[in-house]
Design a protein around this ligand. Structure first.
Ligand SMILES: Nc1ncnc2c1ncn2[C@@H]1O[C@H](COP(=O)(O)OP(=O)(O)OP(=O)(O)O)[C@@H](O)[C@H]1O
Ligand SMILES: [Mg+2]
Length: 331
């Protein structure tokens, strides 16, 4: 994450394109964005709530497609997007704005040569920050991982989302102390309730103003389509990888991992190494062990991790050539 809390969706081949390093972007879906009925169903619900004037919050474990969906939904609203990434170091001024430097004017009165009179006036210069800009211009605000910011930094959102008024308390020396929020202003939040590192509890008052849509892992068909599109591999290979990952999710202590990111990573490595999603391809077996082991390593027997064996067993079962998987094609 960049120091100013700005981020981008501009990773190579990302499903939603947005330029890097600018405060306001116009996201557009790229050819790798997958819109199965599962994805569309979530997007339509969110759009319905946003158009009725409510902020939407996608809440779910890592890798369930929350940020991608937020960008997709924002692009449907047809307004510029202001992006903020939650950050523990954020204060109110990072959202609203602050005084940056000052303007100094100096008058020198030297009318009588033996007398020098100077007058100085200093005015502080206010610079709007992203929330203020978004509220003024009617942008769609995407506040990604907003629970990473401390709750007091997010207080300014309460009146924005409730009364549609942005309070600029004392910070702004010039101009009025509040601002009416543009009617086209919309807000989309994402957070991960499973995360325990570096996140804060959110004030009830903020949660109460959001419509929270729980995001879980997509259905099998969607995960296959995303893996095939993002890794550039055939559907049949994506099926094998997704079935392995879904099976491993049901084992062990964390049923949310491995995620779709592991599917995409395995698929990309296969594609770039000219390897195949088959048990008899040694590279595939190794890549699966390396990428999938970390998530499931906590299952032990006599102090030894059972997972390498378990992974091998699942990979063999799901990918053995000629084997028919439920609902799948031949590996
Ligand atoms: N509809 C989609 N079409 C194509 N790719 C997708 C889609 N949804 C998610 N992905 C891909 O799946 C991966 C995870 O998605 P994303 O980053 O949106 O998840 P997330 O829930 O925001 O995860 P985190 O909580 O870790 O930030 C990304 O590589 C993303 O490109
Ligand atoms: Mg995300």
């Amino acid at each position: 994450m960049s120091g100013n809390g700005l981020g981008s969706c501009a990773e190579a081949g990302a499903p939603v394109r947005a330029p890097v390093g600018v405060d306001r972007v116009w996201p557009e879906a790229s050819e790798t964005f997958v819109a199965t009925p599962d994805v569309q169903g979530l997007a339509e619900r969110a759009l319905r709530y946003l158009r009725a004037g409510y902020p939407v919050h996608f809440s779910g474990p890592a890798g369930t497609g929350k940020t991608t969906l937020a960008f997709h939904v924002a692009s449907q609203l047809g307004r510029p997007v202001t992006l903020i990434h939650g950050d523990d170091e954020f204060g109110t001024s990072d959202l609203l704005g602050s005084d940056h430097g000052y303007r100094r004017s100096r008058v020198v009165d030297n009318f009588i040569h033996s007398v020098l009179k100077t007058e100085e006036e200093m005015k502080t210069l206010w610079t709007d920050n992203r929330l203020t800009t978004a509220c003024r211009n009617g942008d769609t605000l995407i506040y990604d991982e907003f629970t990473r910011s401390r709750p007091e930094a997010n207080n300014a959102l309460l009146s924005v989302l409730g009364e549609r008024i942005l309070n600029l308390p004392k910070l702004r020396r010039n101009g009025e102390g509040y601002m009416e929020v543009h009617p086209e202003f919309h807000a989309i939040f994402t957070s991960n309730p499973e995360e325990y590192a570096g996140v804060h509890k959110t004030q009830d008052a903020l949660m109460d103003r959001l419509i929270t849509i729980r995001a879980g892992h997509y259905d099998r068909a969607t995960e296959i389509a995303i893996t095939a599109a993002r890794a550039g591999i055939p559907d049949a290979a994506a099926e094998v990888i997704v079935d392995i990952v879904r099976e491993l999710r049901s084992i062990g202590v964390n049923n949310h991992r491995p995620t779709i990111r592991a599917c995409i990573a395995i698929g990309r490595i296969l594609a770039s190494s000219d390897a195949h999603a088959r048990w008899d391809d040694p590279l595939f077996r190794l890549v699966c062990r390396d990428i999938l082991n970390i998530d499931t390593a906590k299952v032990t027997c006599g102090g030894e991790s059972l997972m390498p064996k378990k992974i091998d067993e699942v990979v063999r079962r799901m990918s053995a050539s000629g084997m028919k998987r439920p609902g799948g094609r031949k590996g």
